[in-house]
Design a protein around this ligand. Sequence first.
Ligand code: ZN
Length: 267
Amino acid sequence: MYFVQKLKISHLFQSGDIFIPIPLFWQYNLPMFGKIIQSGSEAVLSFLYPRLCLSCGDGLSLKNEVLCIGCLYKIPKTDYHLHFDNPVTERLMGRFHFQTAAACYLFTKGGHTQSLIHALKYEGKKEIATGIGENYGKKLMASDFYRNIDCIVPVPMHRSKERIRGFNQAEVFAKGLSVSMNKPIFTSALKKIRKTGSQTARNRFGRLENVSEVYKAGKNAGQLEHKHILLVDDVLTTGATLEACAIELAAIEGLQISIATIALAAY
Ligand SMILES: [Zn+2]
């Protein structure tokens, strides 16, 4: 038996007909083998360190990053981008000039959107904002209100806070939007020149006072003349931050502003 096998093996390596297809097979199938090894190791890792849904605590499948399929289905989405009259435009109306405004999700205390925003801001899961941005960008491009946007301007974060967090979540959201909308991001249009305390404990007027003279137009803001910009942020509560940014940009000639945020919160 040993002898026969040895003969066969030696035949494999000596015969051009059989020997040549082996490296070709490996060459064409290496990515496939790589995937098998990768998915196998992912399965082992998820067995040893199960990843849990941020909202309900159930185990996540390999495809789901932060929320399970059930919670993704239940997250309260809006269709505000399809209608000018919506709760976001209602909240901002009369405070500064804008074309239209929308938010992707509704933010409720203890709800799925809060879990997402918390994981994004405090657990460093940037992929949440990128994913939402890419998905929302496709919806915005299918809406007549947003199709003629020229560029995306994220609400800036103070440099020292961005250094601590490692990223500005509004900018990461803008990057996702930029990919699916195929529009450039303009990060130097605005800068945050003064740190603000937490906005969450303030009422609407307190928040506006807190952010006034905090945002300044950047030295390249002139490049936005006669452009229609999409000003973006993570969560819209009172709208004081967006109002302060829009008022600062209002001096730019021919500028049109539309608004998009990840979520709209009650206040
Ligand atoms: Zn879940």
